[in-house]
Design a protein around this ligand. Structure first.
Ligand code: NI
Length: 259
């Protein structure tokens, strides 16, 4: 069984066959699936998916790209939404994204910190998105999130930072990029940290692994990532699946998977 820790099944890329894909995930034993929200609208869509599918869980939050829409009212709504269902397992995806100039970095930081505080208040783990913002992410997590648990999703930085996150108790999210020919940096990270700190994720519909690179991603393709991970760690795919599954259960605190 593979635990899909990060996907966006509310995305319009799945409008044509969402139900079919999710049912296939269940049949192929790729579950639970965690759907990650990025703003108010996708929080609602995530909650809806968790009601429709017993094996779909959610994390709710405002992505840095949507930080300009976050305010006190949205924070209160986010709190209510998190408390409204025991299938909401964390706050995410939240973080910093300096790839584009918008929203303003100061706004991104403020919104990130506010949601880290909310995670502490609710005793929930955090799912962190961070792109081109290694230093600020590390500084903020050290100051506001060192005592939280969480995952650095779709990890894209150096081994040195990964080791620091692992030391703080964080997990490292690994997906399709691991199968890319040019993924030297990520391979170094995976080789350098214990497999007990790695979570498998797709970020579907984005970042499909080889041989589907460039196409729409879905959780079924996690087998290719599990294969790559197993090969690097010198273990069987089944073992890689089992260990990363247990890691996700440990982080997200799912006690019984009743499906
Ligand atoms: Ni994502």
């Amino acid at each position: 069984m593979i635990f899909e820790t990060h996907a966006h099944y509310d995305d319009e890329a799945f409008d044509v066959d969402r139900d079919k894909i999710l049912k296939l995930c269940y049949e192929e034993k790729v579950y639970p699936v965690i759907n990650a929200a990025v703003n108010g609208k996708t929080c609602e869509a995530t909650l809806k998916l968790t009601r429709e599918y017993p094996f779909v869980y959610g994390v709710l939050g405002f992505h840095p790209s949507d930080a300009a829409d976050y305010n006190d009212e949205e924070r209160d709504l986010l709190r209510q939404r998190c408390l409204s269902s025991d299938k909401i397992l964390g706050i995410g995806e939240i973080g910093l994204d300096y790839h584009y100039d918008e929203p303003d970095r100061e706004i991104q930081k403020e919104v990130f910190i506010s949601q880290l505080k909310l995670a502490r208040e609710l005793s929930l783990p955090v799912v962190i998105h961070s792109r081109d913002a290694a230093k600020d992410t590390m500084d903020i997590i050290k100051e506001y999130g060192a005592d939280l648990s969480g995952v650095i999703h779709c990890y894209s930085y150096h081994l040195k930072d990964a080791l620091e996150y692992v030391k703080m108790g964080y997990y490292i999210g690994v997906g399709g990029v691991l199968t890319f020919k040019n993924a030297h940096k990520l391979r170094e990270v995976v080789e350098g940290i214990p497999i007990e700190r790695i979570l498998l994720e797709t970020d579907s519909p984005y970042l499909a692994p080889v041989p589907y690179r460039g196409k729409r991603n879905c959780s079924l393709y996690l087998t290719f990532v599990a294969d790559a991970l197993a090969e690097m760690k010198g273990i069987s795919r089944e073992e890689a699946e089992r260990i990363t599954f247990d890691n996700a259960v440990r982080l997200f605190g799912i006690k019984d998977i009743q499906i």
